[in-house]
Structures are given as structure tokens and as C-alpha cells.
Ligand binder design. Structure first.
Ligand SMILES: [Zn+2]
Length: 162
């Protein structure tokens, strides 16, 4: 566990300066962001939000289909009323196909992988597809404003597409 000691030291420092322990569970800004797990994207920093402000759901690609369970919990139990989709330039999801990854899993792990990975070949279209998926979903509260954008990993700039 090569990172464990560093993580512990960093957390001790974090705890020493921590003052956000009194926040309520529902996000203050009533927003949910679905973002890619890419290590170059820090949604909270890019959006200027603090502890307690928003929900951030992350997965490979920031795909809405993987986030629906969290969207329901966020909206129905914790009061969020707007949703943002955040994909990014140079995403790993642009670099493989489900068939290729299933082949890698078979070769390296010996497992038959039935997972659909929801990779994409067009970044902006992937954002529009996820906005459309949420708008069409019966699990998303009717009338929820849904915005999709692209984060540029080279500049930090977010461009909203719709
Ligand atoms: Zn990504």
C-alpha cells in the first residue's frame, strides 16, 4: 500500500484544520453533478464549491446510466433540484471499445465480462446523450433543469453545451 502513509499524514493535517463538521446532510446548493472519475478533473475545485454544497457522482466517463441510483437518492431524499453532466477532453472512454475491454478482462483475469462499458467516440455527443437520457428517465423529477458540459483538462475551462 504505497500511498497509505502519505494519506494518513495528509489526513492528519486535514483534520487539524477542519471546521466543516456542522453541515446538514442535504446539499446547500441543491445541485447534483455527474462527472468522470478522471484524476485531472476536480469538480469541486473547478466549480468553486465547498463541503456541504453539492452532490458529485463520479464514474468512468461520467455516464448518466451509471448514476441513476444516486440521482434518485439525491433528488427524492436529499432535495437536489438541478443536475449537471461533466465530461472532459482526452477522456479514456474515447480510447477503447467494450469488445476490446471484454477481451482484456478475459485474457488477464480469465473472467467472462458481460459488462457494457458505455464508452464513446464523440465527446460532445456523449454529453448530449446523457442529458437526453436523464430528461427521458422516469426516475428524474419532472422539470429538473439538466445541463451538460465539457471540462478541458489542459485549461481547466468548462464549456456548457446545453
Ligand atoms: Zn474521463
Amino acid at each position: 500500500m504505497p500511498n497509505r502513509a502519505d494519506f494518513d499524514a495528509a489526513n492528519a493535517s486535514y483534520v487539524a484544520g477542519f471546521s466543516a463538521g456542522g453541515k446538514p446532510m442535504p446539499p446547500k446548493r441543491q445541485a447534483l453533478v455527474i462527472a468522470c472519475m478522471d484524476a485531472r478533473l476536480h469538480p469541486e475545485k473547478a466549480l468553486g464549491v465547498e463541503i456541504g454544497d453539492i452532490h458529485v457522482v463520479r464514474n468512468a466517463g461520467g455516464r448518466a446510466v451509471d448514476a441513476l441510483r444516486s440521482v434518485t437518492i439525491s433528488q427524492q431524499l436529499l432535495g437536489t433540484t438541478e443536475i449537471y453532466i461533466l465530461h472532459h477532453t482526452d477522456c479514456g472512454m474515447l480510447t477503447f471499445s467494450t469488445a476490446q475491454l471484454q477481451g482484456i478482462v478475459k485474457e488477464r483475469l480469465g473472467a467472462d465480462d458481460g459488462t457494457v462499458y458505455h464508452e464513446f467516440s464523440d465527446l460532445e455527443q456523449s454529453v448530449r446523450d446523457d442529458v437526453a437520457l436523464l430528461r427521458a428517465s422516469p426516475l428524474v423529477a419532472p422539470g429538473t433543469p439538466i445541463t451538460g458540459g465539457v471540462y478541458d483538462v489542459h485549461t481547466g475551462k468548462i464549456t456548457w453545451l446545453e
